[in-house]
Write a protein that binds this ligand. Structure first.
Ligand SMILES: [Zn+2]
Length: 82
């Protein structure tokens, strides 16, 4: 068995705090040590970091609320035209 449910959960729960620089040196070391042996947490951490970097590169963060409003308006319009 390769899954480490408790450790993985603890690591993933702390990713946000890690990025905000809120962890102690010991906590950071523990997380880094875990990600060296756990491909799952490592890939999740990389994916999230790439995602956040892309959001940052786009300038303003996307607004899910505005998108949803636009999509439902488009759906309502097409339903009306049909
Ligand atoms: Zn893990």
């Amino acid at each position: 068995m390769t899954d480490l449910p408790y450790e993985c959960e603890a690591v993933l729960n702390k990713l946000d705090a890690l990025r905000r620089g809120e962890l102690t040196h010991d906590e950071i070391s523990t997380m880094q040590a875990h990600m060296e042996v756990c491909q799952r947490c490592l890939s999740i951490e990389r994916y999230e970091r790439a995602f956040l970097a892309r959001l940052k590169a786009m300038g303003s963060p996307p607004c899910p609320e505005a998108l949803r409003t636009r999509v439902s308006a488009a759906l309502a319009r097409s339903a009306h035209e049909a």
